[in-house]
Design a protein around this ligand. Sequence first.
Ligand code: AMP
Length: 218
Amino acid sequence: MKLILLGAPGAGKGTVAKLLTGLDGSVQISTGDILRAAVAAGTPLGKQIESLMKSGDLVSDDLIMGIMEQRLQQADCEQGFLLDGFPRTIPQAEALKKLLEKLDIKLDMVVNFNLEREVILDRLTTRRTCSNADCQAIYNVKSNPPKQEGVCDKCNSPVIQRDDETTEAISHRLETYNEKTAPLIGFYENEGLLLNVDAAGPSEVVLTAIKEKLAEAS
Ligand code: AMP
């Protein structure tokens, strides 16, 4: 599978991407995870983007395209990939189109996760993430808490609330999404690649809906 997962922060792209990877060995590529790992490791890139990410602003298109041009050429992408959180602006989508043409890669579909703002706000303020940059497992204090409070089920690292998941940062990220990312829905509709899914249900239900729509489309 070669998919773009499109949708507001908190729409469930990351959780569903993890389930999709189990289907055919496609790899999840989350630009947010890559950038958070750089911040956690204190690399020059991490230091450059730390405050920007904390406030919920986007990292520059050039920087993201540099990362993705390399990432998409790594061997594990040959089996397929699920782009989670990328592209996020029209210039990124245009640059990705050119990059995929250059690499002779054809996208199967762009899955758009539809979810109401109120549900998104509730999900993000109750979301918790594993602090281990190599794990970054996602939990929810209401619907999917870790077995032991504050401890990751997978790697035993502390489970925390992300800096960019304060109410203020979340509002800013949603504004940024509406302004910069939502126009991608029209972009991919014009490309004939858009597949809308209702993202309100549990992730397994969303996964089934995606599988059915992919089967219908193939
Ligand atoms: P996410 O985990 O996908 O919500 O990403 C967290 C943060 O990483 C965003 O709020 C941005 O600061 C940055 N980021 C992730 N992906 C991108 C992207 N494609 N373009 C620009 N900034 C990004």
